[in-house]
Write a protein that binds this ligand. Sequence first.
Ligand code: SAH
Length: 459
Amino acid sequence: MRHYPVFLDMRDRTVLVAGGGEVAVAKLRLLLKTEARLRVFAATPDAAVAGWAAEGRIELVARAIEAGDVPGSALVYGATGNALADARVARLARGAGVPVNLVDNLEGSDFITPAIVDRDPVTVAIGTEGAAPVLARKIKAEVEAMLPTSLGSLARIGQAFRGRVEHLDGKARRGFWTRFYFQTGPRALAEGQEAAEAELGRMLGAGAEAEDGFVHFVGAGPGDPELLTLKARRLLHEADVVIHDRLVSPGVLELARREATIIEVGKTGFGPSWKQDDINALLVLHAASGATVVRLKGGDPAVFGRLDEEIEALETAGVRYAITPGITSASAAAAAIGQSLTKRGRNAAFRILTGHDVEGFAEHDWRELAKPGATAAIYMGKRAATFLRGRLMMHGASADTPVTAVENASLASQRLHATTLLDLPRALDATTPGAPTLILIGLAPRAAALALADMKEAL
Ligand code: SAH
């Protein structure tokens, strides 16, 4: 981020604009929205500029800008439409230590003006470091469409009431404003500003006590943030506290609010390990303090996620909770190899297994699994490969049963390892250490999926 966005207080400040032609007019339209005093230097101003001067909205100085004009001003714009003249403006500004922007000249500027969506007092600024103006325009158009024009009015009405909500704690206050801006406010505003003000008054009178804490168990999916459910995305955005496993990808965590407390409680890997009891206690602690907690688990929380233990802890403590399912990694792995997990005539059942459990390597119904056409997804199976192969072959599985290991399913780092039951341990040795890997027994990648994977790996 070469350019850092800030919002500058323009009240009682002076902004100088050198130039009075088309280029300057475009800048001035934006600047006129601010509370700044605008002083425009132009010997031959456009009609629009002369008009604003006549209305007293800007001060017009009918000559070129001089060194003595600059000190004390907040910003200087070089908008003469002439590169040499703009360069002179930049020298004058820098001589006085005032930041300068030259229109359409990123390198010659100290700051750039973003594209703006104006719902004053709500302002959305969009910048692309000058790299993609077309993209900025597109984003602006989408944000324009997304933010109702009433938003500015609601925010303004809300502003006058801010002090009266201050006694509420952070969470209750957020809940109060969220209800007003997105539910009750827009409805009331449709009947006019007074109705919206009355609604706010009513809400204040009704009291907005802090609600109890709540825990959402949320499936984070296999890693690609686009595989989150809309609900997961919303809950992440609303959470005060996000407690997540190591498996949850950084791209998903990005979607949490900046102010949210984010806690990793990795149980595997080499870092400090959390005990299940401590995780349970942490959930209860945060919920009891009134926070909305998102307990984010990789894939689907109900698949090898130790969900029940955490739920029981919450029930014991009397904390309310809800579960939002996610896409489990078996689904993502099947998608990666272009195969379905069940198929008419091949397998009417599909099994989800773990490679190891509390006892060590997990035992299963090997006879069923060894049958021709049987398919299974093995989670946490990397270390159990030799054991798995032994058990399956002992129960009659063919040595050339297709097996595919998918590491980092759905992420850019996804890799496919197509192999056979016989070669499974060796294939797993080739996987990336530490990468979550799912083993699909009885499934080989479709040729197209394999070709695509090879192509990606060659890049
Ligand atoms: N609740 C999770 C599973 C947790 S158990 C889910 O529904 O997916 C952890 C195991 O899940 C890992 O050992 C690995 O086998 C598998 N896994 C999770 N994410 C994965 C991914 N992106 N790619 C491949 N396997 C993954």
